[in-house]
Design a protein around this ligand. Structure first.
Ligand code: FAD
Length: 264
């Protein structure tokens, strides 16, 4: 079985952001400013588990700069069998549609892929758009918010999954190939093993350009301008303790204050 897992490198969840002159920068007290998007760790684990069960390949795919090689090495250290970076200056500020075009073209170039895994969303762009846009580009069925893979009928060419929907779960069967975005209930991501880390550090990760995946450089041109990023205005909040001889007296004083402050 050929399985792909799309991973984005993002600022770490403990990163401290600062905005100067419209430019966002961040640093991480823990010394690891860039990480595998936390939601993608569940997708990587799901891909590896299926590869262990059905054989074949679990290929980690990322669109990003050279820096993203670190994220791909983490996927190899966890157990992915291969990793590919799609890196081209033309993709720098891609919006989600641009990102989806690039990832779909890379998946088509690999050929014979049955499942493409994604995280639920990226913690920086946070749109959650990309998996479904990739499915549309490939003409595949998108199965989103998947919390369990129930069955893969390789002979019949179908997959049955459990999806999280509002207020419950549903079981869905779809023809392969499919795009699957996963939620954190699907598994417990493993830690990279020592041997895995050593293998990852020795690995050569191919880097594909727009031309390598048959895309015109303009394919990822952004239609969305989020370049004007500015810090939220600081709010001067203060705390006032209200005292009284009884809870009723304190409540009365509080209501009076809320009226004074025109909150009520
Ligand atoms: C602060 C900020 C705001 C942004 N606002 C917008 C916006 O409003 N509209 C817009 O179109 N774009 C926006 N972007 C750009 C957007 O982040 C990129 O296009 C990004 O590549 C995909 O969108 P996302 O980050 O929302 O990812 P999501 O769509 O939330 O990601 C879902 C899943 O797709 C996969 N994935 C996403 N990006 C990649 C990648 N580069 N390589 C491999 N797999 C990937 C991962 O599995 C991920 O879990 C913004 C970026 C930033 C940093």
């Amino acid at each position: 079985m050929k399985i792909v897992v799309c991973v984005k490198q993002t600022p770490s969840t403990t990163a401290v952001f600062s905005v100067n002159g419209g430019k966002v920068s961040w640093d991480d007290p823990g010394g690891k400013p860039l990480v595998v998007n936390p939601w993608d760790e569940y997708a990587v684990e799901a891909a590896i588990q299926l590869q262990e069960e059905h054989g074949g390949d679990a290929i980690a795919l990322s669109m990003g700069t050279e820096e993203s090689l670190e994220a791909l090495k983490t996927c190899l250290a966890m157990g992915c069998t291969e990793a590919i970076l799609v890196n081209d200056g033309a993709f720098r500020d891609a919006d989600t549609l641009g990102t989806a075009r690039v990832l779909a073209a890379a998946i088509e170039k690999m050929g014979d892929v049955q499942i493409a895994f994604f995280g639920k969303q990226a913690i920086d762009g946070d749109t959650g758009n990309t998996p479904v846009q990739v499915a549309v580009k490939l003409g595949w069925t998108p199965l989103t918010f998947v919390s369990a893979i129930k069955e893969i009928d390789a002979g019949g060419g179908t997959i049955t999954v459990e999806r999280q929907v509002s207020g419950g779960k549903e079981t869905v069967t779809a023809p392969l190939p499919v795009v699957i975005s996963v939620v954190k209930e699907i598994n417990e991501p493993r830690y990279p093993s020592f041997m895995g880390i050593r293998k990852a550090n020795r690995a050569t990760i191919p880097s594909w350009t727009a031309a390598d995946i048959g895309l015109d450089a303009s394919a990822a041109a952004s239609r969305v301008d989020w370049s004007r990023v500015y810090p939220l205005p600081a709010r001067d909040a203060s705390v006032e303790m209200i005292s009284g001889d009884s809870p009723q007296e304190i409540a009365k004083k509080l209501v009076d204050r809320l009226f004074e402050e025109k909150v009520l």
